[in-house]
Design a protein around this ligand. Sequence first.
Ligand code: HEM
Ligand code: HEM
Length: 178
Amino acid sequence: MSDSNPYGPISRLNHWVLAAAMIGMLGFGLYLEYSGLPREAKRPLVSIHRSLGVLVLILGAWRVGWRLFRGFPRAIDTTPAWQQRAATAAHWILLMGILLMPVSGIAFTVFRGNPLSVFGWFEIPAQAEIPWIVSTASFVHTYFGYMIVAVVVLHAGAALKHHFIDRDATLRRMLFGQ
Ligand code: HEM
Ligand code: HEM
C-alpha cells in the first residue's frame, strides 16, 4: 500500500475480480429468469450458474474478509458528507451481496433436499427439507439481486461522475497505482 493510494494492489485486484464476477452472475441469473428458455435447455445453464456461484462465494469470502480486516479507506476529501454516507451505505450493501447472493442460492438448493455438485469437483450435500429456509432464501436471492443491480448502477455511475464531472482521483485510485 503506498502513502498516496489507500487502495493497494490486493484491494484493487479484489475489487475488480469480484466486480466482474458479480456483474456476470447478475446478468447470468437475469438471463435464466427472463430468456424464456424451455426447462430442458435451462437445466445445464442453471447447473453452471450454481457452480460458478459457489466459486464466487469462496473468492468473495476472501475479498470481504480482507476489506473488514483492513477497514474502508476514506473518500477523497472534496466529496460532500452526504455523498460519503451514501457511498458507505452502498459499499456495505455490495459487500453483503457478495456473500448473501451465493449463500441464499446454496440454501434454497440444499434445503430443498437436493445435493449441489460444483462442476463435479466437489459436492455440498443435500439437507433435510426445510420449507421456510427455501422460501426465505429464494426471496432474498431474487429481491436482494434486484437491489444489487440498482446499487451497482448507482455505484458505477457515481464513479464515472467523480471521474468525468468532478475530475477527482476516486476512480483513478481504484484503477491505478497512484
Ligand atoms: C464497472 C463497475 C464499477 C466501477 C466503475 C466501480 C468503481 C469503484 C470505485 C472508484 C471505488 C472507490 C470508491 C472510493 O474510493 O470511495 C469502488 C469501491 C467499491 N466498490 Fe466498486 N465499482 C464497480 C463495480 C462494483 C461491483 C459490481 C461491486 C460489488 C458487487 C463493487 C463493490 C465495491 C466496494 C465494496 C467498494 C468499497 C471499497 C472496497 O471494498 O473495494 N464495485 N468502486
Ligand atoms: C454471486 C452469486 C450469485 C448471483 C449474483 C446470482 C444472481 C441471480 C439472479 C439475479 C437470478 C435471477 C432472479 C431469480 O430468479 O432469483 C438468479 C437466479 C437463480 N440462481 Fe443465482 N446467483 C448467484 C449464485 C447462485 C448460487 C450459488 C445458486 C445455487 C447454488 C444459484 C441458483 C439460482 C437459481 C436456481 C436461479 C433460478 C434460475 C431460474 O430461473 O430457474 N445462484 N441468480
